[in-house]
Design a protein around this ligand. Sequence first.
Ligand code: CP
Ligand code: NVA
Length: 308
Amino acid sequence: MTRHFLNLADAGGDAIAAMLNDAMDRKAARQGWPKGKADADAPLAGHTLAMVFEKNSTRTRTSFEMAMKQLGGDSIFMASGQMQLGRGESIADTARVLSRYVDAIMIRTDDHAKVEELAHYASVPVINGLTDLSHPCQIVADLLTITEHGKPLPGLELAWLGDGNNVLNSVVEAAGLFKFNVRIAVPQGYDSDSSFIESARAAGSNITQTRDAAEAVNGADVIVTDTWVSMGQEHAHNKMAAMMPYQVNEQLMAMAKADAKFLHCLPAHRGEEVTDAVIDGPQSVIWDEAENRLHAQKSILRWCFGQL
Ligand code: CP
Ligand code: NVA
């Protein structure tokens, strides 16, 4: 069966654990190498990934492109505005055509239903590079980063502050798969998708929702936030005001565990969801997190091709 990666549950906890181990091993094996040099085993030699972007990207595009290069394969960047997709060709027809040219498709789009439709009609693996609903590739990198920084996932206390968005949905999904707990502090009116929360709770995770940022961060192992205005959303004045009490600042960080880490998927809006002092401070692991997108993508790709 074709292995699509639309959400973390498509792979499941065991496969994601295998991805994390593979990513750590491969990262260690190529320390100090030029970034464009292929891994010794070049496991995706002869394979090509099409990358369809309906939204902007720095990390996802570059990390997937370099991931394919390091795995010995190739990639094709496709901005949807320059494709017939941007002129109304259907997702289904695009999926059928691309499947005749390439070995896998990554897509970043606004509507999660489009990724599902693409996967339905494609005969090659489809990877979700971010939708309005979720950002699973980001969270594989985040789990890698948290683990590398000495925090075991089971029993971890993760606090999420700010907007109840796509990245949070994938954090909550991961919590259910890896048995960690999430304290969500989001203002009224900006809560995240309840189905992810219900599934994680059913899997045994403790997912709490509060309007009090201090309550969420108190004694937490990891503090995570993201932009208050995601791509495709209106920059609304009242939303920014509602978010202000959830800004990650030094005062809030001081309430977490002394060895707590700060994560942010980036791009950051300094002075909004996080202060300079925190994002540039000693507890911030954002550059490792960004680098780990590359190592995580390689293992996601290998899983899609049945190598993990
Ligand atoms: N974190 C993330 O997905 O970044 P890009 O939007 O730059 O891809
Ligand atoms: N929540 C953000 C994540 C960007 C990587 C967005 O959807 O724009």
